[in-house]
Design a protein around this ligand. Structure first.
Ligand SMILES: C[S@@+](CC[C@H](N)C(=O)[O-])C[C@H]1O[C@@H](n2cnc3c(N)ncnc32)[C@H](O)[C@@H]1O
Length: 260
């Protein structure tokens, strides 16, 4: 954490927000467009992004005319939204997606880029599902994009999985797992040519696809789609991530409302 960082911004303070929108990777136009295409297609009225960040997805979605709201913990991240085309139209509430309520009823709530894992307890992740359901109209959809836990790459006796090693850039990245708590940390080591370094460690909780289905059920939602990616490829045993969609049970006039 650097001196300009506000601890209230959590793991995404000013020093992280400042280069979050750098070109490439998750910010590559084709990556953003493929997610925005699917979300626009699934929406049918106002949408809400949990952990909207700098508006990487919310702003281009709003630029297409979709009414977009967002909840975000970090003021430093949220401050970047309005600078993007479409960003002015995004209604942002600073708060915690496990509990913060915004006014309105939504056709779609979405939580992308592995961010369900930023909530590091199972109870907290269930609260995210309950809060999503509370914002949805009957028949509304909740979309989560998250990686499949990478445990198959970890031999017995080892707790670390490297995911990047770039000698030229002076960068090494690795995850460190605790299979008892399902917590893991993502670790980023950067060394500048003068030998000075930075070590960033971000805590997560990994969560299995079937566990997410159970959380959805607890919150009164049922599975609708599970794709391997935003191109809606088939989800298979080899998929490294998924885009999952659950539907809030529609209300029938003679039926009791769903549990949860
Ligand atoms: C990896 S970024 C994703 C941002 C954006 N959704 C995107 O796709 O670029 C994770 C974001 O989640 C936010 N965040 C983490 N935990 C949160 C919580 N409990 N409630 C709201 N936002 C949260 C962080 O501040 C950060 O902006």
């Amino acid at each position: 954490m650097s001196s300009e960082d506000d601890p209230a911004d959590g793991w995404f303070p000013e020093s992280v927000a400042t280069d979050y929108d750098d070109p490439g990777g998750a910010n590559a136009p084709e990556v953003v467009t493929s997610a925005v295409d699917v979300l626009e297609d699934l929406s049918d009225g106002p949408v809400l992004e949990f952990a909207v960040g700098t508006g990487r997805i919310a702003a281009p979605l709003a630029a297409r005319g979709v009414p977009v709201s967002g909840i975000e913990l970090s003021r430093a991240m949220a401050a970047r939204i309005a600078d993007k085309p479409g960003g002015d139209a995004v209604e942002v509430t600073i708060g915690d997606m496990t509990s913060t309520r915004v006014a309105g009823e939504f056709s779609l709530v979405f939580l992308v880029f592995n961010t369900i894992g930023n909530v590091t307890t199972q109870d907290g992740q269930v609260d995210v599902f309950r809060n999503a359901a509370a914002h949805l109209r009957p028949g509304g959809l909740f979309v989560v994009e998250v990686g499949v836990p990478d445990l198959r790459r970890m031999p017995p006796g080892q707790d670390v999985v490297p995911f990047a090693m770039d000698h030229d850039a002076g960068y090494a990245g690795f995850d460190q797992y605790d299979v008892v708590t399902q917590r893991f940390t993502s670790n980023h080591v950067t060394v500048a040519p003068d030998g000075t370094g930075r070590f960033r460690r971000i805590p997560f909780r990994y969560v299995w696809p079937a566990e997410l289905d159970l959380m959805a059920r607890i919150a009164g939602m049922r599975p609708k789609h599970r794709w391997a990616d935003w191109a809606r490829s088939e989800f298979t045993a080899e998929s490294t991530g998924h885009v999952s969609v659950w539907e809030k049970a529609p209300h029938h006039p003679h039926e009791a409302p769903p549990l949860g």
